[in-house]
Ligand binder design. Sequence first.
Ligand code: SF4
Ligand code: SF4
Length: 179
Amino acid sequence: MERIKKKIKTIKVDADKCNGCRACEIVCSAFHANPKYSSINPAKSRIQVITYRLKDIWLPVFAGEYTPAECMGRDKYVIDGKEYDECTFCRAACPSRDMFKDPDSGLPLKCDMCEDEPPQEKPLCVQACLNDVLIYEEREEEVEEEAKPEDIEVGVNSLIDKYGLQKVVDVFARVLQRE
Ligand code: SF4
Ligand code: SF4
């Protein structure tokens, strides 16, 4: 399989610097409003600042993949003497909580790194955070190119063009017999 260079985008979270201003939530919800910037609703943001005031915890968490099932295990973390509740660090929209679900439609929300045309210089939440909590980074990684179904179809069609349908069918039949 061919190896290709892929651009990996990450946002590093320096959580100790967060003061819970929630500018990141505001700008994310505005950027993803329809039409863009037409409304502000932090409940629709793809970044949520988890807040336990009495424990002095302010933790920005990005929305990740939707999962249709609750996980069986829950983890508690103690970092620098602060205890974080179960699910605090989890990025998933799941059936056991309302976080990362659109409050109107109930549909799951996911951070898309502010993909835009033309591209943004940096994700909007990074630009809005004046405390340098959110640090945008890009790097290149070499990965194996995933074969897409369309690619397989193009490949099979070109084999048929070159060798004829019957020959290709015979080869596939031989391969399938070996499986
Ligand atoms: S904008 Fe920065 S400081 Fe404010 S809540 Fe978000 S991450 Fe924390
Ligand atoms: S990167 Fe963009 S989409 Fe993701 S949380 Fe930040 S503002 Fe929202």
